[in-house]
Structure formats: C-alpha cells, structure tokens
Design a protein around this ligand. Structure first.
Ligand code: GLN
Length: 187
C-alpha cells in the first residue's frame, strides 16, 4: 500500500490531493469505507463538522475509521480536526474520539473569522515557520496528557499529535507549501 486516502464526502479534498501530488505521493478519494483497504494513511479535510457527522453516519464511517486508525496515520484539518476530537462544543457533532482534545467550533470570532498568520514550526526544523490559513477555525481548548503540541498560536495549540493521529485547526492544503503533508506522509 502506498496510496494516501482523502475523505471526499464534502469539503476541500481536492487541495489535499494537489499537495500530495506535488510530493509524488499517490492519492485516492475515499467515498466509502471499503476504499480504506487500499490506503496507508487518511486525511479528513475541512468542511462542515455537522454535515460530516451526518455523512459519517449515512455511509458508515465511524467504525471503519476507528479500526483504520489503530495502525495507520490519520490527519484531520479544521472540521476534520473536530471529527478526530474527544469532545466538541456542539451537540450535533459526534466526534470519533481518536485524540484526547476538546474543541470549540468557530472560536476565532464571527466577523474576522478567517485570517492568515505565520506560525513557528520547530518540528520542521530550527527557526522554520509556516503560513497558516484559518477559516472559521475551531480552537483546541484542552489537550490530554499524551497529546504533543506541535504548533501554538497566541498561546493555543493549533497543531497537535498523539502518535499516528494529527489534528490541525488551520488549512495546510491551501498554502503552496507541502512540508506538513510531507511530515504526515512520513508518519
Ligand atoms: N466551521 C467549520 C465547522 O465548525 C469548520 C471550518 C472549516 O473546516 N474550514 O465545522
């Protein structure tokens, strides 16, 4: 298996595929659970977490993704991060609980709810930074003891990891910079 699956139920899955293609990594759009059998990793893109909850139910993704995550890397960005969390602040969302974080939806304000900022990314090398794009982004309000914080912005974690599970509040697929996808693909 050398293909990385991108959950393609909703949201900006194409951009994740472009980022991986630029690294010469093969991708496949995952629209049904059986496709996970062909994948060595999975990305859950941004979009709308209430809609993703409904689609996970309809297409039966909850158990297959939990099972897959036992021995494969999984990365969730924005709404995808909400789906990986242990807790979300909206009763309409049923997260997968694959990483011990609590998240709050649309937490970066209603008016100025999208912004771009440079964040420090020491895990990519000393004094490296990344141009992080936040779009109606969720905030990580609590991290469990086993969760490693990889990026912080204004005192809040915005990229975290627990072993093979990666969660990002921003959109690494919207910058022409594949380093975070590269890092994930090496997990
Ligand atoms: N606001 C969306 C949600 O709560 C996430 C936004 C995004 O994925 N860009 O689900």
């Amino acid at each position: 298996r050398h293909t990385i699956g991108i959950l393609a139920l909703q949201g900006d899955f194409e951009k994740h595929a472009e980022q991986l293609t630029s690294l010469n990594i093969e991708t496949i759009q995952v629209r049904k659970p059986e496709t996970l059998e062909k994948c060595r990793g999975l990305i859950i893109p941004g979009g709308e977490s209430t809609t993703l909850t409904k689609l996970f139910d309809i297409y039966g993704f909850y158990e297959p993704i939990r099972e897959f995550s036992r021995n494969h890397p999984v990365m969730g960005t924005c709404a995808g991060m909400i789906m990986l969390a242990a807790e979300a602040d909206d009763y309409r969302i049923s997260p997968l609980s694959l990483i011990d974080i609590s998240v709050r939806r649309n937490a970066y304000g209603r008016q100025i709810n999208s912004f771009v900022t440079n964040v420090d990314t020491p895990f990519l090398g000393e004094s490296e930074t990344f141009r992080a794009i936040f779009i109606r982004a969720p905030q990580i309000e609590r991290v469990g003891p086993d969760v490693e914080i990889l990026i912080e912005y204004k005192g809040n974690p915005v990229m975290v990891r627990n072993k093979n599970i990666f969660a990002l509040a921003f959109h690494p697929e919207l910058t022409h910079d594949p380093r975070i996808h590269q890092y994930f693909s090496e997990a």
